[in-house]
Design a protein around this ligand. Sequence first.
Ligand SMILES: [Zn+2]
Length: 308
Amino acid sequence: MTTTAFITHRECWLHDMGSFHPECADRLAAINDRLIAAGLDLYLSFYDAPQATPEQIARAHPESYLEELKASVPEHGIRHLDPDTAMNPDTLKAALRSAGAGVLATDLVLKGEIENAFCAVRPPGHHAERSKAMGFCFLNNIAIAARHALEAHGLERVAIVDFDVHHGNGTEDIFRDDPRVLMASIFQHPFYPYSGADCTSSHMVNVPVPAGTRGDTFRQIVSDMWVPALRDHNPQMIFISAGFDGHYEDDMGSLGLVESDYVWATQQIKAVAEDCGHRNIVSILEGGYALSSLARSVVAHIKALADL
Ligand SMILES: [Zn+2]
């Protein structure tokens, strides 16, 4: 059986962007409840996320940006950085734990202590650009983890796959000029953040899909476009920007994916890793706002990671 790590931190629950904001701590509570109800907790290794260090963050964001974020933390109440992205006094702590989770996951996998990991963290990261917080994101967790694999562990090629309903504009911004990183993504288009469809970079496999797209088309795209590009790139590690807001029940987007689609995609990604001679996979939570379908999808995804 695979050893799969589940990495989180209690401080990720403290970040709050105001009443009724869909990106809320109840998301992590729903995942925890479902994990325990499914009996999955018996099969996973649990780790507390450390805080990412300024050096680790600087691999994806300029130092001045981290200083700006620090200066934006309100003493009390909520401060908006854009209409849907806001900080409370605990936001930076939560963001540092979220980024640190991906770094720890990368270390554990590359030291062989675990085979793969899921990071149940918030705030999410894939909309955070080099110098810009947006779309509920502050630090780009997946980018910081991928750069950690490249810079601290000396890997030469990694891949990021992103099946969140939204385009990961932040991840693209950070890796646009870094051909060591292949990014493969599927996202609803036209839709927030209205980017990605016109990308010409050879190491970005962007597949915009219209509202209403369901699992059969999603699977065809993964098979026809993602898998061959991933095999060609031959990554030494694969990172997953795991957003579950493309689920049929999630009103944040208008795609028609269901749990079995996420399981299937996870199995395809695992098969690509094995074709490349390893099992190194780190998955980090991005979106997913309908609590029931989010929790069911995360559990199904983790079961696939853990071969359960
Ligand atoms: Zn999303």
